[in-house]
Design a protein around this ligand. Structure first.
Ligand SMILES: Nc1ncnc2c1ncn2[C@@H]1O[C@H](COP(=O)(O)OP(=O)(O)OP(=O)(O)O)[C@@H](O)[C@H]1O
Length: 253
């Protein structure tokens, strides 16, 4: 589904990512781990179009997407949670889902005049879809709550909900487990599994090793801008290069 070849991204003289190549198979949950500063976020941003690659290529479903705008990549079904504007704290949870940019007819000025029925129908469809999504995520009870009043874990679920509103094929999830209490973490893991069973592919950055080992196969390990290795939980856990990368990195890793 995603083919990254010899990808490089420089910031001035710093090679934040260097000669990274990997293939994501459709309908997998792939983990991306590595010590602080390894280049994980830069890789996400380069795939999602936030940064233009300095070198190399990225293909999504066989189509070259390297250097396209985030907006165009988003509409191809490759969604980075971060690409969706961050939740509006004073808006309700329902509204936060409804504002995710789907191709909304109502956004075009002329459509409001000439296609009123169609616009109204689309608004109704978006509303129904948002309600369904909140039900799936067990967030119905906070439908009308302001987003700012949710717990960290609930906010992560809303982020997933917002990604789902875009009908994604591939979701790049940035630390879905960060700042989440254990019971909601189990719920987030279950929802990711269910979405995976429905056919959505995931690539996720995560520092919570239990979550990664439990959920992801394969796991990509980055260090110093490079891909160190790829393997299943057992291989990654026992590879001395991975231990070295972490011990050589920040002491609190
Ligand atoms: N916009 C930028 N300008 C300059 N340097 C950057 C920029 N973004 C990242 N870097 C540098 O690129 C390197 C990789 O950073 P990146 O944030 O991708 O790592 P990471 O693996 O996501 O780390 P973390 O786990 O701490 O989020 C770091 O040395 C970082 O300082």
């Amino acid at each position: 589904m995603l083919e990254v070849t010899d990808l490089g991204k420089d910031f001035g003289g710093l090679q934040a990512i260097d000669s990274v190549s990997f293939t994501l198979r459709k309908n997998t949950i792939t983990g991306l781990i590595g010590p602080n500063g390894a280049g994980k976020t830069t890789l996400f941003n380069t795939i999602a179009g936030v940064y233009k690659p300095t070198r190399g290529s990225i293909a999504f479903n066989g189509e070259a997407i390297g250097g396209l705008s985030p907006h165009r990549i988003f509409h191809k079904g490759l969604v980075r949670t971060f690409q969706i504007p961050r939740p509006f704290p004073d808006m309700s949870v329902l509204e936060n889902l409804m504002v995710v940019p789907a191709r909304q007819y109502g956004e075009r000025f002329w459509n409001n005049w000439f296609r009123r029925g169609r616009v109204r129908q689309q608004e109704q469809d978006i509303h129904d879809k948002a309600r369904e999504t909140l039900k799936f995520l067990n967030l119905e009870r906070v439908t009308h709550e302001q987003a700012k009043n949710l717990s960290g874990g609930q906010q992560k679920l809303v982020e997933i909900g917002r990604a789902l509103m875009a009908d994604p094929q591939l979701i790049l999830l940035d630390e879905p487990g960060a700042g989440v209490n254990p019971s909601l973490l189990a719920e987030i893991i279950d929802r990711i599994r269910e979405l995976h069973e429905k056919g959505i592919t995931f690539l996720l950055i995560e520092h919570n090793m239990d979550m990664v080992m439990n959920l992801c196969d394969p796991i990509l390990v980055m260090a110093n801008g490079r891909l160190l290795m790829e393997g299943n939980a057992e291989t990654v856990r026992t590879d001395p290069r991975v231990l070295d990368a972490y011990l050589g990195g920040s002491p609190d890793e």
